[in-house]
Design a protein around this ligand. Structure first.
Ligand code: NAP
Length: 353
């Protein structure tokens, strides 16, 4: 529990990302100095939006090149920082050909490289790590075995593997490694954010981030015939950005934080959009499980995934996160409407309003 000096730079890894961009915006608007890492300084298109934000804000932003897979890559970026917010990690649920190369090694080596660089500085006091609710539970079928069928901070995903649900596996082992290294290096403390599915407006026009592509697919008719049954623990990107910042600056904050706000399914999302915008090819029903199982590979899901994840109810307990990080969540309708409007305004979905 060490106090963070707000005049020192804060490192946010993966600045080009959907979530990191919001964290950086909020920090710059508070007038703070931010270091951020991008994979290639030459690829300015990926971070132009951050430069625009910096011009309008009081804070200062400095870019560094770093790759999760390269030893020592974060050495320059961590210099002089007391607080690090580590968001960078590949987030991909489907279309994965080589899970080890595409997901597992970047997540795991990224934690190792960053934590070793941080441990060598003598300045870093705290790391806030973006983990996920999927590091708490793998297949939703397992939730019935949890006390009160509720996911909370005591839950750990024990069923994912490189062959089954590799993204949840990558998040689980990366978070476990982060806890192990924090204890071993004994020079900074660790606070972990475990978000549910993040939605809400994006600050960039990129469409390859999973949260963005999901919304685009939903509004573009991909699921017109129906969606698989099953709730999602949804949270607004602006709330999650704030959660990371509170986790950095609230001195007593500690441990893991299940940070999700609303238990909703894809028909609930479709209904919010349809209410204001009836002209989009949105789904109106659930696909029967047997049918989705049949066609699942066409959508990039395995039949085992469908068996163990479609149609199971669950609940989650966000009381610790709300209390420890002093959080309030935006209403579900606002998250969906703001996200939809941003996609229309940025011409990423057609304007049929
Ligand atoms: P995103 O937009 O895809 O951002 C991922 C970031 O990771 C990008 O900046 C990406 O850089 C960077 N990255 C990936 N591989 C890298 C590598 N080898 N070296 C350096 N940087 C690399 O996804 P996001 O939704 O913002 O996700 C941010 C974090 O939140 C991730 O840790 C994710 O697991 C976690 N999370 C997301 C959700 C959600 O619903 N979105 C839910 C729970 C947890 P490039 O731009 O160069 O690709």
């Amino acid at each position: 529990m060490k106090k963070i000096d707000r005049s020192k730079p804060i490192l946010v890894t993966g600045g080009t990302g959907y979530l990191a961009s919001w964290i950086i915006k909020l920090l710059l608007e508070e007038g703070l100095t931010v270091h951020t890492t991008v994979r290639s300084i030459g690829d300015e298109q990926k971070y132009q939006h951050l430069q625009n934000i910096q011009h309008r804000a009081h804070g200062r932003l400095k870019f560094f090149e770093a790759d999760l897979l390269i030893d020592g890559s974060f050495d320059d970026a961590v210099r002089d920082c007391e607080l690090i917010i580590h968001t960078a990690s590949p987030f991909q649920l489907t279309g994965i050909k080589n899970p080890d190369k595409e997901l597992i090694q970047p997540a795991l080596q990224g934690v190792r490289n960053l934590f070793f660089s941080a441990g060598e500085t003598n300045t870093v006091k705290r790391i806030v790590l973006t983990s996920s609710i999927v590091a708490m539970v793998g297949d939703t079928i397992e939730i019935k075995d949890l006390p009160e069928t509720r996911i909370n901070e005591a839950s750990w995903n024990t069923s994912s593997s490189p062959d089954h649900q590799p993204y949840p596996y990558s998040k689980t082992i990366a978070e476990q490694e982060a806890w192990r290294l924090t204890e071993k290096l004994n020079s900074f403390d660790l606070v972990v954010i475990n978000p549910g599915l993040i939605l809400g407006p994006s600050l960039s026009k990129r469409v390859d981030s999973t949260s963005i592509s999901l919304m685009i697919q939903l509004c573009s008719g991909k699921f017109k015939q129906g969606v698989p049954k099953g709730a999602q623990a949804i949270v607004d990107v602006r709330d999650i950005a704030k959660a990371h910042i509170q986790a950095g600056f609230i001195q007593e904050a500690s441990g893991r934080h299940l940070t999700a706000a609303h238990l909703k399914d894809f028909l609930d999302i479709a209904q919010v959009i349809r209410t204001g915008h009836p002209n989009y090819p949105l789904p109106t029903k659930f696909v029967p499980k047997w049918l989705f199982k049949l066609v699942a590979p066409l959508f990039g899901y395995s039949r085992k995934f469908v068996s163990r994840n479609v149609g199971y109810d669950f609940t989650f307990d966000n009381s610790y996160a709300k209390d420890d990080l002093k959080l309030e969540f935006l209403p579900f309708e606002q998250t969906i409407n703001d996200h939809f409007n941003q996609l229309v305004n940025d011409k990423l979905i057609p304007d049929k309003t």
